[in-house]
Design a protein around this ligand. Structure first.
Ligand SMILES: [Zn+2]
Ligand SMILES: [Zn+2]
Length: 430
């Protein structure tokens, strides 16, 4: 079995692995890397058309753009390849692709593909735990605990079993933690946090302290979140904590997206099920699409998409709240280069208004409190322990520096691992 990395091992984003055995090939994920530079918008998997033309099927781990949003490029190139994935991933992926296309267009670049290319994606929804066949490969998926429909993927070839974890999380507020298959020859594991320790309970505690601090100052706290995933987990968290009558404003899109959780019975944890059953939104002020941020009374908590302040209501609220030093902007996920979120984290404090006019200065405090979405050091030790010494361990979703540190820590506990530079191949002798 050969594993070719088209991106996403020694970097975050544009995840794509081509798995081949003899004349048969499948693709695992085909995503984009959100980076906007002067001369280009986004980076795409590095794969020759000749390689892609041999692909008999794509197995898609989940709908996030760093795993899915390059798929319409296959359609554009005339490759009619079925995309095997969970039914919710099939439902969500066209939205993520369309949103990526829109982001490129908004940045004044030529869109990478057409709306028709997105609409022409051909999905083959699969159930967790049921084996399906693509060419010479048997494939099985299971819930990975990262977002509704997210899956790990087990690929069984003639002489090897490869486990690709996709994005996994063992501490999701609403989803069951992943149970990975044992007895495999190789694993490509999500190592997004490297050797860092990241406990969700501690992160939530820190978030609560930051909110309380902002409320005591009589300010408004803006929580930019993604439309699906962390946005709904944040709603469940805010429902649970005591806010002493502080009004919470939530974008309607975030509460509407709870339907994806309601439709995900096979992946919900007991906590997730009880959250959905006892759902009482009367504690919140739900703001419909197109709501113009007004001068709200403070203190207040405002939860809005998107997560990087790069589009959507969160950017509008940012502009309203940025100058007042009583306010807080709390970022809870990774911020792609060039987005307002990334600029704030790098210390930039002078911004231009949306249209024309005088620049304004950020008076609000800016905080980064990571909301856990990937495995941390403790999780990685737990997940990799069964494979120590007898499995090829490939680190994915991690920059070169962090993966180097992680590989060194893993070595201390008897697990050798490596990254795959983009464009490299690992051959598992058969
Ligand atoms: Zn993801
Ligand atoms: Zn990812």
């Amino acid at each position: 079995m050969d594993i070719f990395c088209g991106g996403g091992s020694a970097e975050q984003g544009r995840t794509a692995y081509l798995i081949s055995e003899g004349t048969h090939s499948i693709l695992l994920d085909f995503g984009v890397q959100r980076v906007f530079a002067g001369t280009y918008a986004g980076r795409y998997p590095q794969m020759e058309l000749e390689m892609l033309s041999r692909v008999e099927g794509v197995v898609l781990s989940h709908a996030h753009e760093d795993h899915s949003a390059a798929l319409p490029l296959l359609v554009k190139q005339g490759l009619k390849v079925p995309v095997y994935c969970h039914r919710l991933t099939a439902a969500l992926t066209p939205m993520y692709c369309a949103s990526w296309r829109g982001a490129v267009e908004n940045a004044n670049f030529c869109p990478p593909y057409s709306k028709e290319d997105v609409n022409s994606l051909f999905f083959s929804p699969q159930e967790f735990g049921k084996v399906f066949t693509i060419g010479s490969f048997d494939v099985e998926m299971g819930p990975s605990g990262h977002m509704p429909g997210s899956a790990w993927i087990l690929v069984t070839g003639k002489s090897h079993k490869l486990l690709y974890t996709g994005d996994i999380c063992r501490e999701n507020r609403l989803l069951i933690p992943p149970q990975l298959p044992a007895d495999i020859s190789a694993i490509i594991i999500n190592s997004a946090y490297g050797a860092q320790s990241m406990r969700q309970a501690k992160q939530e505690e820190e978030l609560l302290l930051a909110l309380e601090h902002c409320m005591r100052n009589g300010g408004a706290a803006l929580l930019p979140v993604p439309r699906i995933g962390r946005g709904q987990e944040m709603v469940s968290c805010l429902l649970q904590i005591s806010l002493s009558g502080v009004p919470v404003y939530i974008d309607k899109g975030l509460t509407d997206a709870l339907k994806y959780y309601q439709d995900y019975h096979e992946g919900l944890s007991a906590e997730g099920k009880s959250f959905l059953q006892g759902l009482d939104m009367s504690k919140f002020n739900i703001l419909p699409a197109g709501f113009e941020p007004a001068k709200i009374s403070k203190p207040a908590i405002i939860v809005m998409p998107d997560a990087m302040l790069s589009a959507g209501p969160s950017e509008k609220w940012f502009r309203l709240l940025a100058e007042d030093e009583r306010n807080s902007i709390i970022l809870t996920g990774s911020q792609a280069a060039g987005t307002i979120g990334a600029r704030l984290l790098s210390g930039e404090r002078i911004f231009l208004p949306e249209n024309s006019g005088e620049p304004f200065i950020i008076g609000a405090s800016v905080k980064k409190i990571t909301w856990k979405a990937h495995p941390d050091w403790e999780d990685l030790q737990y997940l990799l322990a069964p494979f120590a010494g007898r499995t090829e361990v490939i680190l994915g979703h991690c920059n070169v520096e962090n993966s180097g540190k992680l590989a060194a820590e893993l070595k201390k506990i008897g697990i050798s691992s490596r990254i795959m530079p983009t464009g490299s191949t690992i051959h598992l002798p058969g």
